[in-house]
Design a protein around this ligand. Structure first.
Ligand SMILES: NC(=O)c1ccc[n+]([C@@H]2O[C@H](COP(=O)([O-])OP(=O)(O)OC[C@H]3O[C@@H](n4cnc5c(N)ncnc54)[C@H](OP(=O)(O)O)[C@@H]3O)[C@@H](O)[C@H]2O)c1
Length: 265
């Protein structure tokens, strides 16, 4: 598969890319400063706040070729995508490929098979997140590509109290994180309100940090999960990435899903 990851340099996005590449997928790595790396990863400098750039990057980019630097945007540069802001790393803003960048033009532009949206800002910017989400859903709907949104735990229901959103539950969301949690809820509502897009919203558990890749997790739907051994609602970013790529490879039927660490015992 070819998977586009928006938020490629982030805690989650970078691990999703590593997991996807390890499974043999090609990745379009989108962020404002995507960097370079694995030859199976095509970095594209795109600001998700720019609808035109997002649309053209997703519609016109393929990840079929590589160069010595790994910075290839086959087809897209040839079709002029870079001229409007979706600039492949190492290319100029005018669409002229710079040294080390291949614009073959021989491979027809092909949209990615899946799009993963995993962006955030500091401090939380609800309007930006809602706008960016709508932009990505719009672009993906035009292409017929499914979107997996890595969102927030705040959009879940509280365990044992389905009427209490986690965003309003101080047991999981202290005051200083409430704005982030509410932005995540607004992001879910944006997905729900979108008439055309095919999407799934993945809420992480309450705690999400870099850690170990165990490959073990338990999956649920719209209610926050806690681990069976220590009662904590947590998962490593590495195992969240496993769950993300599993869902992309084998899409489920639920629109809102969550996961939690699963112990080995
Ligand atoms: N427990 C929880 O619920 C929980 C905990 C942690 C994270 N999360 C969620 O997980 C998702 C990913 O979070 P994270 O921790 O991986 O975030 P992160 O490490 O802060 O990374 C944010 C990413 O967004 C990109 N980005 C920001 N503004 C952008 C823009 N205008 N255009 C394009 N890209 C932009 C950044 O790249 P550039 O700066 O290069 O553009 C970066 O790759 C978010 O939805 C976050 O809310 C949830």
């Amino acid at each position: 598969m070819t998977i586009a990851v928006l938020g490629a340099t982030g805690m989650v996005g970078s691990r999703v890319i590593a997991e996807a590449v390890a499974r043999g997928h090609r990745v379009l790595a989108l962020s404002r400063k995507p960097g370079e790396g694995d030859p199976n990863v095509t970095p594209l400098a795109v600001d998700v706040g720019d609808p035109e750039a997002v649309g053209e990057a997703l519609a016109g980019a393929t990840a079929t070729g590589t160069t010595a630097t790994g910075a290839t945007m086959a087809g897209a540069a040839a079709t002029g995508v870079t001229a409007t802001g979706a600039t492949a790393a190492g290319t100029t803003a005018t669409g002229t490929p710079a040294t080390g960048v291949t614009a073959t033009g021989t491979t027809p532009p092909r949209p990615p098979d899946a799009v993963i949206l995993s962006v955030r800002t500091f401090p939380a910017d609800r309007e930006f997140l809602v706008g960016a989400t709508r932009t990505v859903l719009d672009a993906a709907a035009r292409l017929g590509t499914r979107v997996l949104v890595v969102g927030g735990a705040g959009a879940l229901r509280s365990p044992g109290d389905p009427d209490l959103p986690v965003a309003d539950n101080r047991a999981y969301v202290p005051d200083e994180y409430r704005a982030v949690a509410l932005a995540g809820t607004a992001q879910l509502r944006t997905c729900e309100a979108h008439a055309d897009a095919d999407w799934v919203y993945l809420s992480p558990p309450a705690e999400l940090e870099p850690g170990e890749r165990t490959g073990r997790y338990r999956r649920g739907t719209d209610t926050l999960l806690t681990a069976s051994d220590d009662g904590r609602s947590w998962i490593s970013a590495e195992d969240l990435a496993v769950a993300v790529v599993d869902e992309v490879e084998n899409p489920g039927t639920e629109r809102h899903i969550t996961v939690v660490h699963r112990s080995s015992t």
